[in-house]
Write a protein that binds this ligand. Structure first.
Ligand code: GAL
Length: 634
């Protein structure tokens, strides 16, 4: 595969006279892909049924005449003002019962069937119009589902659809009362229509009420996306893409991905370091201008799984953004590093957001590849260099990693619903397992919990999995590698109850959790062999061999055969040591990576990245700050 570069372009923001020059400069820079249209509904349809695609036709022709490939977007993340007049109840409602008004973007509720129909209508019209256009090579549906916290809506539309969803799931209200355990606190219902949405209750709602509402809300995103997929598919065979976000877990991305051809995500490493990691201040300072060394890689691997091997970065940060609490500029070389890092994780394309900085409206302080005066921005030459290096790189071959990590969205919802300790977060737990693997120089594949085969993996990790899928349990029974099961795994049933076997509820593995303690980060429990347990520690009854204990004797790592159970959450030091030891037992070669240096191997190349702001010695070689070393594996 030969990776391509691209950019996000808004022809509607610029005079038509500028388009030709823009297209030419994009091509000269070495870009091949241009994404357009995702916020342009008011220009496609200024008044209901008054359609105008002429201007976009000309923009696409202009881009195409320079050999650029266009990704056309459906504009459904920004319904025009008249739409809200037509469907006043399409707006989402927040947890406090307040309507989320028109005036920015993503102002719709996924459950509003009238708005869903309008979205299908515009998708259908656009697909009919652009399907035969040679320059249009792919479609993006909507923009960043869930950005600005927009999956959960407590609207009347959501309430009505939730009733239907519950009835379809349970069949009878009695069955639902039993499944939820509504005998507790006299919460029994007589009919589905009595059920409110789980906000504004006096104290916490029944966890099954919350969890089912989250499952329902996720299904609404899947259904909304699928409706547009079906509309476009009537006219076009071009690949369908969505651009997901970083650390957004409130819908099941695997299920949305099942209806699409390519997954993509929007990577803003500096903003995400501040507002989407739980790192401490020293770490944030150290990587302020580089971003977290594992967070982007984690998402790359996750979205490779969501796209079943096919994935892009649809928006890559090119300079300071406008939306984080503070917005530093990337260190020189980081935009190049992020680009090669995506390629190392087998991205087909990386597109920079955006071509030219807008001098007006919300994002006027957000850098682009050009300044508002059309002069090159600080990163322009770095992108030119990266583009020419990518051309020389040739094919990057995909390969399966030897280590797999199972990441599950439902577990994120479940542990948010009842965290038991304020720091228990399934995304962070999974990221810390991932970080521990990468600190040992290992390349990782992320898998969904519905995985059908573990063949080729010497080690598989399942941190914090809510419920054991039957297929996964049976795969584990005959697995010949090492399976590392993280704390809280298998600790609930589908109905969010404690299983009869008691957690971790693995048949033929003699281990039962008697009780759980949670504690703050300042109360870490030291381990005999180094490092500590943070946040979560179980007390277990077991006849399996105990490999690691806290200094006061509580078993933490249990089992010496195929299954290893972690009855606590190891901190960074312990995680790296424990996972390194287990990888060696699984027959894998490990490398003690200097902090901030990471590597990944594809089928054809080894990539090493220095995320530090200083040069670092690694394997007898000095790697510059923000440096990338690429070696062919032939
Ligand atoms: C993304 C979004 C873009 C733009 C960008 C700014 O989340 O998709 O439209 O707002 O952030 O960083």
């Amino acid at each position: 595969m030969k990776p391509q570069l691209g950019t996000c372009y808004y022809p509607e923001h610029w005079p038509q006279a500028q388009w030709k020059e823009d297209a030419k400069r994009m091509a000269d820079l070495g870009l091949e892909i241009v994404r357009v249209g995702e916020f342009a509904w008011s220009r496609f349809e200024a008044k209901p049924q008054e359609l105008n695609f002429d201007w976009m036709d000309q923009a696409v022709d202009t881009l195409g005449s320079e050999g650029l490939n266009v990704v056309m977007c459906t504009p459904t993340a920004t319904p025009p003002r008249w739409m809200v007049d037509k469907h006043p109840d399409m707006l989402a409602v927040d947890v406090n019962g307040h309507v989320r008004k028109f005036g920015s973007r993503r102002h719709y509720c996924f459950s509003h069937l009238g708005y869903r129909e309008e979205s299908v209508r515009i998708a259908d019209l656009m697909a009919k119009h652009y399907a035969k256009h040679q320059a249009v090579v792919a479609w993006q549906i909507d923009n960043e589902y869930s950005c600005h916290d927009t999956v959960i809506s407590y609207s009347e539309a959501a309430r009505i659809e939730f009733h239907k969803w519950l009835e379809a799931k349970y069949g009878s209200i009695d069955a639902m009362n039993v499944a939820w355990g509504n005998v507790f606190w006299s919460m029994d219902y007589d009919s589905f229509v009595q059920i409110e949405l789980p906000n504004l209750t006096v104290t916490e709602p029944n966890p099954m009420h919350s969890l089912d509402f989250q499952r329902f809300s996720s299904d609404q995103v899947v259904a909304y996306n699928k409706a547009q997929v079906e509309a476009i598919r009537q006219h076009s065979d071009a690949p369908l893409i969505h651009n997901y976000m970083g650390r957004i877990v409130d819908f099941d991305h695997y299920k949305v991905g099942d209806d699409l051809d390519i997954a993509s995500w929007d990577s803003y490493p500096l903003g995400f370091l501040v507002d989407r990691t739980d790192a401490d201040d020293d770490w944030k300072k150290r990587f302020e201008r580089q971003g977290d060394p594992d967070l982007q890689a984690f998402h790359h691997d996750l979205y490779r799984a969501v796209g079943k091997g096919r994935w892009w970065v649809m928006e890559q940060q090119p300079g300071p953004v406008n939306w984080a609490p503070n917005n530093p500029a990337p260190l020189d070389g980081m935009v190049r590093l992020w680009t090669f890092e995506a390629i190392a994780h087998q991205a087909e394309a990386v597109c920079y957001f955006r071509w030219r900085q807008a001098p007006f409206a919300q994002e006027q302080m957000h850098a682009g590849l050009l300044r508002p005066d059309s002069q090159p921005s600080a990163v322009f030459d770095e992108v030119a260099q990266t583009a020419s290096e990518i051309k020389q790189l040739g094919d990057v071959q995909a390969t399966q990693a030897k280590v797999a990590l199972i990441f599950d969205y439902e577990s994120c919802w479940a542990w948010q619903t009842q965290p038991q300790g304020e720091d228990f977060d399934n995304f962070v737990l999974s990221l810390e397992f991932y970080r521990g693997l990468r600190r040992n120089g290992l390349s990782v594949d992320i898998l969904p919990p519905t995985v059908d085969s573990l063949e080729g993996y010497s080690m598989v990790l399942a941190p914090g999995l809510l419920v054991w899928p039957a297929r996964l349990l049976s795969l584990l029974e005959t697995y010949s590698g090492i399976a590392v099961l993280g704390p809280r795994s298998g600790s609930k049933t589908e109905n969010f109850s404690i299983p009869d076997l008691l957690p971790p509820a693995i048949p033929n593995f003699d281990c039962k959790v008697s009780y759980v303690e949670t504690f703050s980060r300042s109360s870490d429990r030291a381990l005999v062999s180094g490092g500590a347990v943070r946040t979560w520690l179980e007390t277990v009854e077991t006849k399996e061999k105990v490999i690691e204990r806290t200094v006061d004797g509580t078993p933490v790592l249990i089992g010496d055969q195929q299954l290893r159970y972690l009855a606590g959450w190891p901190n960074g030091e312990a995680m790296t040591r424990i996972l390194g030891n287990l990888a060696v037992e699984a027959g894998l070669g490990i490398i003690d990576m200097p902090e901030g240096v990471r590597r990944r191997c594809t089928g054809s190349h080894e990539f090493v990245f220095n995320h530090n702001a200083q040069a670092i010695d690694f394997r007898g070689q000095s790697i510059a700050a923000a440096g990338v070393v690429i070696s062919s594996l032939d």
